[in-house]
Design a protein around this ligand. Structure first.
Ligand code: DGJ
Length: 805
């Protein structure tokens, strides 16, 4: 393993299966040469891949008399500026004391380091950490860093481009640090994290976003001229997630070139994809320029968060696996990194704000009897919090609701044999709260201007040290006093009125406020997670409004969406899976009609979908009948049996595009790393009459191993057939009659049994025909009842396991 090769002026970065290369050309500029599948030699690399220019193209700028054929607009570059002929989007823009906005960065020197290395230039100027700083030993293994230093010939500043090679994960991380080595203050207008100049534009862009409860809609669009993705919500945002992909037009799950991108950051961000005049594509990623923009005094430093990229020559599944391994190994850290996550019950959709210790304990007892391991007390437990109009910020338990206090409740829950978890929303206050009355200057608002609210609340300015210090003390106190094993850290509004009455009322005093907020948040999380490493943190921002790699550095899992509707969740979880592993996705079974869509999805579908994530139940179990409770207990047992593979296995999407008989269905599969056990989930949308028999090609198992494939049994009620029962019943069973209800109890319908043994090559290559679905021609117990929103879970086990060999 030799991840970084430097020859003369050529820099080659290898991961296990990919190569990234650039060189310094005669003028000192960095020419990007290549990013793609692994190359095995450097000989001829420049000759083969370097740009061949004899003349500058017409109507472009010739860089210099000594380099008359160099047009920076036509050169693929590592770092682009403005003012010297490159009229594409720039990587860095600064303006100096003379008002000059032109920059011209040329190579000066380089350093290389094991691991992430020392931060090469960061001095005291930037006191707060960025989340990638934490990704040090023991996660350093197979990680090397190259720092390229450039100087601006015009303004005299120094730029450091930092490349980190995550060898085994097939990921390259990029970030930038700008040092004002000139003798006057400058204004940094933009400083991105990553620039990638790809040599052509025949790509399809896939990105994900939507809104509250509609996170991660998938958008696919061929690159044409210019695409801009990003967020202005103050968070990484549910409007557009920072993860996106580029793929060759015909690439699919198993075939073709594709690139994945993400940013380790939780605030406003931007990515642009620009097809230039010569058919190349420039990808830029970073913090939104107006969020980062600031004045930089002489010797001051500004650093960007790390952007990451991966490349797969074999389609999107492999790309996802690379992203998953990177997230699991280099982003998520601490005691919970590879630890299976507990099955939880959350009080929110069961009781909303109406929490009361006796009721909570009854719910906990019921949950415990079904196998639940962690009880989570959601919103409503503190201050005067009877609705979302008041109480936020007052993190003292409401003794009317919890007469024995948090400590008493937590101990009672522990006495049941369960862990105890607590909901908090530390970044916020209601105006109707003691905290706001005491510290009106701690929030973001503009003095003498009516401010706007989101969910009746205001943001505390986490850019202020006194605020994060205060929160640290309050939260540490809660965690010290009560035996708390889990924290759900919520954040329920986006930003407006961005201004801090506590900071100097000037352009400089207020600059980069939201970036400072994000750094303050990281600082707080860093302190808390170091002091309480045993606590499992789950991020949440009205669901997935801050589902990003920055938060995952501190919180191993995130509540993926407030939408708990199973049918909607199929798409939401599938789309997260392109960039994030299942071990990061909170997924709960909730009641019907669903509280967000009023849909009545069968329990089996709700359970199947939540199995492909971190399972929780979020419903009032006290109101369910015996049949439902038994089904829940059985499902939790099943989940625990397969939890290791469901949370940490290799995940496969079996898409209708590649398995046409799936039609309105989706199928997911997870397989353990040894290819011995797997779980296959089949999830129906709307059914079609007399549909073709479903033949499904399994994925991820071994070609040469023999497997047993069998389904989890489902039991149906006669209700599935409604009045159709009367077509076969010897006695009339009028719908809704007492007789029907009695028959329903006496004659549950056992679903089909499916159990076969076959070699992996057959199951994957040929596929497996599942039992015929109901087609209206009669019913036998070999028929697969597969109505709207039906589902199935199948287990896949290498035969040796069965035979105990
Ligand atoms: C929004 C979260 O996403 C919900 O799960 C719940 O915790 C509520 N906030 C509580 O106010």
């Amino acid at each position: 393993m030799n991840p970084i090769i430097i020859e003369d002026h050529l820099f080659v970065l290898h991961t296990q299966d990919t190569t990234y290369a650039f060189r310094v050309i005669e003028t000192g500029h960095l020419e990007h040469l290549y990013y793609g599948q692994r190359l095995h030699a450097t000989e001829g690399l420049v000759a083969a891949l370097g740009l061949k220019s004899s003349y500058v193209p017409g109507n472009t700028i010739a860089y210099h008399a000594s380099a008359p054929s160099l047009s920076l607009e036509a050169l693929p570059q590592e770092v682009s500026t403005t003012g010297k002929g490159d009229c594409r989007e720039a990587f860095v823009i600064t303006q100096d004391a003379l008002g000059r906005r032109t920059s011209d960065f040329v190579f000066k020197t380089y350093t290389r380091h094991q691991g992430l290395g020392p931060n090469p230039v960061l001095g005291d100027n930037e006191a707060l950490p960025l989340p990638h700083d934490g990704a040090r030993a023991p996660f350093d293994e197979g990680v090397e860093t190259l720092c390229i230093f450039l100087e601006d010939r015009v303004q005299g500043t120094t730029l450091c481009l930092t490349y980190t090679v995550f060898y085994r994960a097939n990921v390259i991380g990029k970030r930038a640090t700008l040092i004002n080595t000139s003798d006057k203050s400058i204004r940094v207008e933009r400083l991105m994290s990553n620039q990638l100049d790809l040599s052509h534009h025949a790509y399809e862009l896939i990105h994900f976003g939507g809104a509250w409860a509609r996170e991660m809609d998938q958008h696919r669009t061929p690159l044409s001229r210019y695409e801009q993705l990003g967020s202005q919500t103050g968070t990484s945002s549910n409007r557009c997630n920072p993860f996106f992909m580029l793929k060759a037009p015909r690439a699919n799950e198993d075939f073709g070139d594709c690139y994945g991108f993400n940013l380790i950051y939780s605030g406003n961000w931007i990515s642009t994809l620009e097809v230039d005049a010569f058919g190349s594509t420039r990808v830029l990623q970073g913090v939104r320029p107006d969020t980062l923009s600031k004045a930089l005094k002489p010797e001051a430093v500004i650093e960007t968060p790390m952007a990451i990229m991966t490349y797969s020559a074999t389609g999107l599944t492999n790309l996802s696996h690379q992203m998953h391994r990177f997230v699991q190994h280099h982003i998520v850290r601490g005691q919970w990194q590879y630890r299976v996550r507990p099955v939880l019950i959350n009080s929110w959709e069961a009781f909303y704000f109406n929490v009361q210790d006796k009721k909570l304990l009854r719910l906990a007892r019921r949950a415990k009897a079904l196998g639940v391991e962690l009880f989570v007390l959601d919103d409503g437990w503190f201050g005067d919090r009877d609705s979302d109009t008041r109480g936020l910020g007052d993190w003292q338990e409401n003794l009317k609701k919890l007469p024995r206090g948090l400590e008493g409740l937590a101990k009672d829950i522990h006495a049941l044999g369960m862990d105890f978890g607590l909901w908090l929303e530390p970044e916020m206050v209601n105006e109707d709260s003691k905290l706001y009355r005491q510290h009106p200057d701690w929030v973001l608002r503009i003095p003498n201007v009516d401010h706007s609210l989101g969910r009746n609340q205001l943001l505390l300015n986490l850019g202020l040290k006194e605020v994060t210090d205060y929160l640290y003390e309050v939260l540490a106190d809660i965690l010290e006093k009560a035996p708390i094993n889990y924290i759900k850290w919520d954040m329920n509004r986006i930003v407006s009125d961005v201004y801090s009455p506590a900071l100097e009322p000037s352009i400089e005093g207020q600059q980069a406020l939201m970036h400072r907020y994000v750094l303050g948040l990281y600082h707080l999380l860093d302190r808390l997670t170091r002091r309480f490493p045993q606590v499992l943190f789950e991020g949440c921002a009205s669901g997935g409004n801050r589902f990003d790699l920055g938060m995952l550095c501190y919180m191993p899992q995130i509540w993926a969406s407030d939408n708990t509707d199973a049918h909607a969740r199929v798409a939401i979880q599938k789309h997260y899976s392109y960039g994030y592993p299942l071990s990061t996705l909170g997924a709960h079974v909730s009641d019907v009609p669903n509280h967000q869509t009023l849909r009545e999805a069968p329990l089996a579908l709700r359970q199947t979908v939540a199995s492909f994530g971190l399972l929780g139940y979020e419903m009032n179990l006290l109101t369910l009948d015996g049949t439902a409770l038994k089904a829940i207990g059985d499902h939790i047992d099943f989940y625990k049996t397969y939890r290791q593979v469901l949370q940490f296995g290799d995940f496969y999407r079996l898409n209708p595009e590649e398995n046409p008989e799936l039609e309105g269905s989706q199928a997911f599969m997870v397989v353990d790393s040894e290819k011995k056990r797997g779980v296959l989930g089949l999830m129906q949308g709307l059914t079609t009459a007399n549909r073709p028999q479903l033949r499904l090609k399994l994925k991820g198992i071994s070609e040469t191993t023999t497997y047993r494939l069998y389904n989890r049994h489902q039991q149906y009620s006669l209700r599935v057939f409604g009045d159709l029962v009367n077509a076969v019943s010897p006695i009339p069973l009028p719908k809704g009659s007492l007789r029907f209800k009695v028959a329903e109890q006496l004659y549950p319908i056992a679903g089909e049994t499916f159990d076969l043994v076959a070699q992996g090559s057959i199951l994957m290559g040929g596929g497996v025909r599942l039992p015929q679905a109901f087609i209206g021609m009669g019913y036998k117990d070999s028929v697969r009842l597969y109505q709207d929103f039906a589902s199935r879970l199948y287990c896949v086990e290498a035969r040796q396991i069965d035979e105990g060999l």
